[in-house]
Design a protein around this ligand. Structure first.
Ligand SMILES: C[S@@+](CC[C@H](N)C(=O)[O-])C[C@H]1O[C@@H](n2cnc3c(N)ncnc32)[C@H](O)[C@@H]1O
Length: 224
């Protein structure tokens, strides 16, 4: 199952996959329409837990698996002085954000976050806030063991790179090991207890909160 969905995801979110199939054929006005009408899950979380997140205008944000900029669009409007970076594996999704967004303070990076090289890239960065919005559940390795190892490395790098907060908006469970939930023919999500990745952590406070679109893990870094 793990290997099957790992391969299927590369197809689903690849240049000809179902994930973003219509994007490369869109006119500019269709792109604008799509960009402007997207809903940000992060905004929904922020509406309810703004004081927990403590986002400030001028803080820097990194959105991992940013897609077509659902959260980036909201962040750019809500925090106009902030630098924003979005990472995604799908070039057409990033091109849509590049084409339509007006802000020069948005950096877009094409990367496969499941690759070891992306982990070292991430560990060398510094952002105040890092967000995985319905993308962490897509981080799948070829086996259950390798999925846990890869997700562990990715979150360790995220902890090194984040100076204030990490948010994971996603499907979650209380399973102690990564488990695949098939969703579509070419898409399955990994669910598990995400607290395991913060076990014994001295520098981070972690909580799970319900919000309008599901549940979110919010980790905030202690100030020294
Ligand atoms: C369900 S969409 C979520 C988009 C957006 N973050 C949101 O909240 O609506 C998942 C995104 O993760 C990206 N993605 C999936 N696997 C990835 C990987 N290994 N590396 C980088 N991005 C990935 C997909 O291309 C897609 O844009």
């Amino acid at each position: 199952m793990f290997q099957r969905y790992q391969i299927q995801h590369q197809v689903h979110y690849g240049p000809t996959g179902r994930g973003y199939d219509p994007l490369s054929k869109m006119s500019r006005s269709e792109m604008v329409h799509r960009y402007e009408n997207q809903q940000s899950r992060l905004r929904l979380l922020h509406d309810r837990y703004g004081s927990l997140l403590s986002y400030q205008d001028g803080d820097s944000f990194l959105d991992l698996g940013c897609g077509t900029g659902q959260n980036i669009r909201w962040l750019a409007g809500a925090f106009p002085q902030s630098c924003l970076c979005g990472v995604d594996t799908n070039r057409a999704a990033l091109d849509l954000v590049r084409t339509v967004s007006s802000s020069e303070d948005i950096v877009l990076v094409e990367r496969d976050l499941s690759e070891a090289e992306s982990t070292s890239w991430l560990a060398s960065k510094q952002y105040d806030h890092i967000i995985f919005s319905h993308s962490f559940s897509l981080m799948i390795g070829p086996s259950r063991y390798e999925t846990r190892q890869m997700r562990s490395r990715l979150l360790e790098a995220t902890k090194m790179a984040a100076t204030k907060s990490i948010v994971i908006l996603d499907d979650m469970s209380f399973e102690t090991a990564p488990t695949i939930q098939p969703e579509q023919r070419t898409r399955g999500v990994v669910t598990e207890d995400l607290f395991v990745y913060f076990d014994g952590e001295q520098k981070w406070s972690v909580c799970m909160v319900p919000y309008e679109a599901g549940r979110a893990l919010v980790a905030t870094k202690h100030r020294n």
